[in-house]
Design a protein around this ligand. Structure first.
Ligand SMILES: NC(=O)c1ccc[n+]([C@@H]2O[C@H](COP(=O)([O-])OP(=O)(O)OC[C@H]3O[C@@H](n4cnc5c(N)ncnc54)[C@H](O)[C@@H]3O)[C@@H](O)[C@H]2O)c1
Length: 354
């Protein structure tokens, strides 16, 4: 019988991939501070939007079922490939599960090896908020300080923190069909120093707000905002309409708004604009960020960010976290990749370990 070489039993250095657990992600965010983390992340997203043509792009691959959706979101540039696994199950919250959970991988294009595996439930909330606020920086009316937040679930506080850090929002007007959600958001946001007003209806929430964020979860064509609720000059940050058959705004609002999107090919399937003709004009945000197309043109214009969440935002987040954990802090080394001494002797590695 062949002697077992102890080095066969111990993974080589190439076997290990940095893994950021939920626990480490929380420590990493706290080490920087939530707002500084969001601001840094928004800069990464902005830099990647500005080099949009360099990316491989495809609408996400969605597997729909009666209660939800499971999606894969891939993209790549010349150096890195990234993907996120994410679900969306609006009924989950009532059963004690998160509506949205996620994890993701960043890889080297050169050899295909993964270089990061990370939780992305928190990171999705952070990147969604960073993207919304980054877009708000380009589209929200000058001097906006008041934001209505309709839907006070898991994403809500992240949105508020990002809008304060990037756009100067100070006052929040909260509404949710479930008062317990508003209790939670009010508690968390007051503790962060926000001036918070609880509202008894969506109509009350939008009063005096220059920015309206809708982040509800419902697996249907919902009408969170009707046309009469939206006055001239506001910016709408609509993040909860992100699946076929799942929208938040009345169609008439869309017809009065200038609509800004991430990737039209995906947004036309999943966003608010699924309610419109396929050729309804929309503006791509990367072009606004590059200064090629106007964002907000005047104080009366209604701007709408029809957010669905695009793979490049997750790619930016993966690269941001990868750089932050490069010193070995806030991650564990996971024995993820089989690495036999002789790359062709994968079977030998297996048998020697028996
Ligand atoms: N665009 C993006 O990039 C992106 C990213 C993440 C999540 N999302 C979407 O954002 C939404 C919110 O996600 P979450 O994780 O906060 O979900 P969540 O389930 O934690 O919270 C949703 C909240 O919406 C409330 N709600 C439902 N219907 C409502 C209505 N008619 N009026 C007012 N409130 C209502 C619920 O009571 C709940 O508190 C989901 O639809 C999710 O799919 C979008």
């Amino acid at each position: 019988m062949m002697a077992v070489n102890p080095s066969d039993l111990k993974p080589s250095a190439l076997a290990f991939v940095p893994f950021v657990s939920v626990d480490n992600m929380m420590k990493l965010v706290h080490a920087h501070g939530v707002e500084a983390f969001l601001t840094g992340l928004a800069s990464e997203i902005e830099a990647d939007f500005k080099r949009w043509p360099e990316f491989d792009k495809t609408p996400r691959v969605a597997s729909h079922s009666r209660d939800g959706v499971i999606e894969l979101m891939p993209t790549a540039d010349a150096e890195n490939y990234g993907f996120k696994y994410v679900n969306g199950h609006p009924k989950n919250m009532r059963e004690g599960y998160q509506t949205v959970t996620a994890f993701g991988v960043l890889s080297s294009v050169a050899n295909g090896y993964p270089i990061l595996l990370t939780e992305m439930t928190l990171l999705t909330a952070l990147r969604t908020a960073a993207t919304s606020a980054l877009v708000g920086k380009y589209l929200a009316p000058e001097g906006a300080e008041v934001m209505a937040m309709i839907g006070n679930g898991a994403q809500c506080e992240f949105q508020a923190m990002a809008f304060r850090a990037l756009c100067g929002i100070k006052r929040l007007r909260l509404y949710d069909v479930d008062p317990a959600a508003t209790d939670k958001a009010e508690r968390n946001l007051k503790a962060q120093g926000f001036d918070v007003v609880r509202c008894s209806s969506p109509e009350a929430a939008v009063e005096g707000a220059q920015v309206i964020t809708t982040c509800t979860a419902d697996k249907q064509y919902a009408t969170i905002l009707t046309d009469n609720m939206v006055g001239s000059g506001v910016h709408i940050n609509a993040i909860g309409g992100d699946c076929p058959g799942k929208t938040e705004l009345h169609r008439d609002i869309l017809l009065r708004s200038d609509i800004f999107v991430e990737y039209p090919e995906q947004t036309r399937i999943e966003g608010e604009i699924q309610q419109l003709e396929d050729d309804h004009p929309v503006t791509e945000l990367w072009q606004v960020m590059r200064g090629e197309v106007a964002g907000r043109r005047d104080a009366k214009q209604i701007t709408l960010f029809d957010s669905v969440g695009f793979a490049i935002e997750d790619f930016s987040a993966l690269r941001y976290v990868h750089a932050l954990v490069a010193n070995g802090q806030f991650c564990e080394q996971l024995d993820l990749l089989a690495d036999p001494d002789d790359p062709r002797d994968l079977f030998g590695m297996l048998t020697r370990a028996g």
